[in-house]
Design a binder for this molecule. Sequence first.
Ligand SMILES: NC(=O)C1=CN([C@@H]2O[C@H](COP(=O)(O)OP(=O)(O)OC[C@H]3O[C@@H](n4cnc5c(N)ncnc54)[C@H](OP(=O)(O)O)[C@@H]3O)[C@@H](O)[C@H]2O)[C@@H](O)CC1
Ligand SMILES: [K+]
Length: 460
Amino acid sequence: MAGSAILTADAMRAAEQAVFDAGVEPYALMERAGTAAAELIWRASCGRDMLVLCGPGNNGGDGYVVARLLAARGVPVRVAAMGESRTESGIQARSLWTGSVEALADARPASVLVDALFGTGLARGLDDDVAGRLCALAERATHIHAIDLPSGVATDSGALLSPVPDYDLCIALGAWKPAHWLQPAAGTVRQAVLADIGIACDDRVHALMPPRLKAPGADAHKYRRGLVAVVGGAMAGAGRLASRAAAVGGAGYVRRLAMEADHAGPDAIVASVAATPDRLAGALDDRRIAALLVGPGLGRDDAARARMGIALAARRPLVLDADALMLLDADAVPPGSVLTPHDGEFAALFGDLPGSKIDRALAAARRCGSVVVAKGADSVIAAPDGRAAVARGASHWLSTAGTGDVLAGLVAGRLAVTGDPFRAACEAVWLHGEAARLAGAAFIADGLIGCIAPAIAGRL
Ligand SMILES: NC(=O)C1=CN([C@@H]2O[C@H](COP(=O)(O)OP(=O)(O)OC[C@H]3O[C@@H](n4cnc5c(N)ncnc54)[C@H](OP(=O)(O)O)[C@@H]3O)[C@@H](O)[C@H]2O)[C@@H](O)CC1
Ligand SMILES: [K+]
């Protein structure tokens, strides 16, 4: 099941146009948007005094609707504007507001600030005086709400084009926009809520949903549940972390193919020494391997390169992470793989691609015919067929050594279980984020693995 759609500004305009073409009056859509936003702000504001900042476009029009509807419910509302409204719907919304309109420059603060200055039509950063005023009023408010988007964020990339205050609530109208999900814009909003205004959306790019998982069936056995092989390298600990994550993540059987004998790690994981090319090739010559992970702790020397070559030649479903991504050429990635790069690995592999993180991940996925998990505080999981899922809100405690190895192992485990690279990557990213949430504060990668089982249990 896909999550709610994420639309660029252009795609949003096209979706709105389709609604108008179907016979809905443009102003009626603005009333729907303002009504949905007013309801959410009403619930969050408890009747406190309110200042609505209205811009010159339709985002400002939404603001006038919100002000009118909340004033009708008895909320003490004032409106401050940046000059006149310039759109037909905005002019109509303003004409229905019967209160006074203050100049933004002179507006007095209020307990609740509603930002309806700019939405998807923002073309550049706010002028210094406008951004300064917005931030100063936000500083004095106890509750700050954004209509559709925080003013000053680039809708499609999530970049901050001018100073942006911190918001308590952002009400996304009709569909999510990339800025609700991508950093740094997503980090300016404590809670984002999607308001349905009756727009049909293409959901190829969507919010990552919690997965629906299944417990093993009565006919399950270790091979049917999925055999994962992990190619170990110079740093054995990374391979051990990934192997444990693959096992806990659902694989029926995990084999760790190490450079040298060590007896660390759970006994349930079968560790064998496969240091020479022949031993490794022999170990990988097993059609039952449902997912083959290479990269964590692999190293970057000639021996590492040789081990990676053997792994690629095994022609098993691949998960490529860490050092494998630094050794590979993008054109040499076997199609159908899953790649899990952080920003640095992504740039090393694919260069400086244009567009948002979503655009870049989709272009990379198309180029190598594989699923690309562009991981970070916001993670984009992109498939070569144009689907993408975006995750946000990952615990900042994940910024510690080994958590990437855990994610790679989880992807391999879910790939062995599902046989579907995009689904496996989506499930793994969600479980990784949920395990971190359950782990709480100050965990290390080993502790994160301990929280994967409860994360899975919550989705059965
Ligand atoms: N379509 C619909 O019917 C519906 C749309 N909806 C709502 O409309 C929003 C999109 O509305 P929008 O397209 O009018 O854009 P909006 O963000 O209000 O601003 C554009 C205006 O700002 C100006 N401007 C831009 N940047 C500037 C800057 N830095 N500093 C100063 N000025 C700047 C720009 O003029 P410019 O100077 O670029 O020529 C233009 O005048 C959307 O987010 C949602 O809230 C909902 O009601 C549902 C129905
Ligand atoms: K806004």
